[in-house]
Design a protein around this ligand. Structure first.
Ligand code: ATP
Ligand code: MG
Length: 300
């Protein structure tokens, strides 16, 4: 176990997040192992962020699954009034050598083969199945939050905007935090909410569809005709009101059906995780070996 932060030596910066978050690669001398250290800094007028950050810490302590990036220790330095600033929260996490799926996609501009996407999709679904079973809605499934390790395993990370659903709908998804691009219509447009039955789980399914389609194409699916990024308002309109997202012609029927079931605009009709875990696309017998997958994800 990691008892204090002084036993960790910072080696490099792995990434930066939105709200003053930095992730470092660190080394633990005694354990002879590497970890990722995520540091969330606060100032005094960011109390709300710190509430969300504490929820992230709570979630990380609770989850224990091969499909979720493991958190070995949490250090909370936010409570002391003596801090000039608001202090910080530090998470010591499993180090994912391959970086994020965002990095993988940058190396594969033409997109990934269906064999690889099938394996990725299955793991992400298994991770979400686990989280939803714990009443946790992730709410920020996107390539930069799916991390790859040296075994070629993909795991879900970053509970920075997640929510714990208590009983029924509990304002699970009404605050528009996180990246909008992968958000479902019902999260973007509150008119689509049905407070009685909505719990937010279907929003994670939408994001899976967007991410897997991006993996196939090699670029984010909702772009202008000229291949440019859409501005915020146009993007929101495309998510909520456009015709169905166009499926690439060269994709297999199974892949197209899988993605279409995720990108069903009406969340009541959208596939559930259970349905998707049974879907032929993630249950085909692929000929790719696991070494093949590792090579693909890690060595470009
Ligand atoms: P964002 O707002 O971009 O999602 P964030 O503040 O939520 O960022 P994280 O998503 O947890 O922070 O981490 C930011 C980046 O740091 C990731 O996209 C990834 O590149 C890198 N990173 C995070 N955790 C790890 C890890 N365990 N191993 C390796 N790299 C990591
Ligand atoms: Mg992130």
């Amino acid at each position: 176990a990691i008892k204090n932060l002084s036993s960790l030596k910072k080696l490099s910066v792995l990434g930066h997040g939105n709200n003053g978050t930095t992730v470092y690669k660190v080394h633990h001398k005694k354990n002879q192992s590497f970890y990722a250290l995520k540091v969330l800094r606060f100032n005094h007028n960011a109390l709300e962020i710190s509430h969300q950050a504490k929820l992230e810490a709570e979630i990380l302590k609770r989850v224990d699954s091969p499909y979720i990036v493991r958190c070995h220790a949490v250090f909370d330095n936010t409570c002391c009034d003596s801090h000039e600033d608001g202090g910080d929260l530090r998470f010591v996490m499993e180090y994912m050598e391959g970086g994020s799926l965002h990095d993988v996609l940058r190396q594969h501009k033409g997109g990934l083969p269906e064999e690889v996407i099938s394996v990725l999709a299955k793991r992400v679904l298994q991770g979400l199945n686990y989280l939803h079973g714990m009443h946790i809605v992730h709410r920020d499934i996107k390539p930069s939050n799916l991390l790859v390790n040296e075994k070629g395993e993909v795991k879900i990370a970053d509970f920075g905007v997640s929510h714990v659903v208590e009983g029924r709908f509990d304002e699970a998804c009404d605050s528009n935090v996180g990246t909008c691009a992968y958000m479902s219509p019902e999260r973007v447009d509150p008119e689509r909410w049905d407070g009685e039955y909505a719990d937010g789980f279907a929003g994670d399914v939408w994001s899976v569809g967007m991410v897997m389609l991006e993996c196939f194409l090699g670029y984010f699916p909702l772009m202008s005709d000229e291949g440019q990024k859409l501005d915020w308002a146009t993007l929101m309109c495309a998510i909520c009101f456009s015709e169905k997202v166009e499926m690439p012609e060269k994709a297999s029927l199974e892949f197209k059906h899988f993605v279409q079931r995720c990108l069903e605009k009406d969340w009541r009709k959208r596939a559930t995780i259970t349905e998707l875990l049974d879907h032929p696309f993630v249950n085909r017998k692929w000929c790719t070996s696991s070494e093949g997958l590792v090579n693909y994800l890690l060595h470009g």
